[in-house]
Design a protein around this ligand. Structure first.
Ligand SMILES: NC(=O)c1ccc[n+]([C@@H]2O[C@H](COP(=O)([O-])OP(=O)(O)OC[C@H]3O[C@@H](n4cnc5c(N)ncnc54)[C@H](OP(=O)(O)O)[C@@H]3O)[C@@H](O)[C@H]2O)c1
Length: 219
């Protein structure tokens, strides 16, 4: 399976490093192709850089490691190429106020996952994944011993779920399904109860399964 990673910032770069370390092949793409090339050079023979279009065309799975606002531009531009692909979305509805404080950019009852999945063509296999940890925790938490840390995912699509589990394992984590797209908000921050900051730690399989089952009822 070949994975395209669109966006080579904090999250895209970390996912690319973990997947290559786990034996996966990646194609990285960015707005500035020199940044993608620098990352591919760092990662060695399992990685190469390409244009966004070329990366998507050659991949089975596409990680959109972009901010939500950029996805609103990129997905319509690439809709034809994304049709039929597994599309992995790590986005959070997160922004910063003028004082640098984190703010939620969507209403409480709307998830980034619901927006991204609705932008995609009908034939895309959508999964929300790789966005539940901070970039630093994602980088440091792989291959944790003695018990792997969990990455949650959410999807309504079996093919996307299978691909997400494979990528999460290759990256050095245990996968746990949080639910369908309607549950995506649970693994997004700010506000999601399964997000790293809500749980207060990187959880193992046992704690993750218990947390998924512990659905908080609205007050
Ligand atoms: N950072 C975290 O701790 C964290 C944790 C969990 C989830 N997330 C989510 O992950 C996503 C990415 O966050 P990040 O921190 O990795 O952001 P980032 O470091 O700013 O990286 C975003 C990347 O997207 C690229 N990009 C923007 N528009 C593009 C386009 N049209 N075509 C190709 N590439 C484009 C940027 O390139 P340029 O530099 O050229 O603009 C940059 O490489 C966000 O949705 C965020 O909510 C982040």
């Amino acid at each position: 399976m070949s994975t395209a990673i669109i966006g080579v910032g904090n999250i895209g770069g970390t996912i690319a490093r973990h997947l290559v370390a786990g034996g996966e092949s990646v194609v990285v793409a960015a707005r500035d192709e020199s940044q993608a090339k620098a990352l591919a050079d760092e990662l060695g023979p399992r990685a190469r850089a390409a244009s966004v279009e070329e990366a998507i065309t050659g991949a089975d799975a596409v990680v959109l490691a972009l901010w939500l606002d950029n996805m609103r531009e990129v997905i319509p531009q690439q809709a034809r190429l994304l049709d039929g692909k597994v599309v992995v979305d790590p986005s959070n509805p997160i922004g910063f106020d003028p004082d640098g404080q984190i703010i939620r950019t969507l209403p409480d009852d709307q998830s980034a996952g619901s927006i991204v999945s609705a932008l995609l063509p009908a034939g895309a296999h959508y999964v929300k994944a790789f966005g539940t940890l901070s970039a630093d925790s994602l980088a440091a938490g792989a291959h944790r011993e003695p018990r792997l840390a969990v990455l949650f995912y959410a999807t309504d699509d079996n093919a996307a779920g299978t691909a997400a589990e494979r990528l999460i394992r290759a990256a050095g984590f245990d996968p746990v399904k949080a639910g369908g797209v309607a549950d995506a908000g649970r693994i997004e921050g700010p506000g999601g109860d399964l997000q790293e900051f809500a749980l207060g730690e990187l959880v193992d399989l046992e704690k993750a399964r218990a947390a998924v089952a512990d659905v908080k009822q609205p007050a």
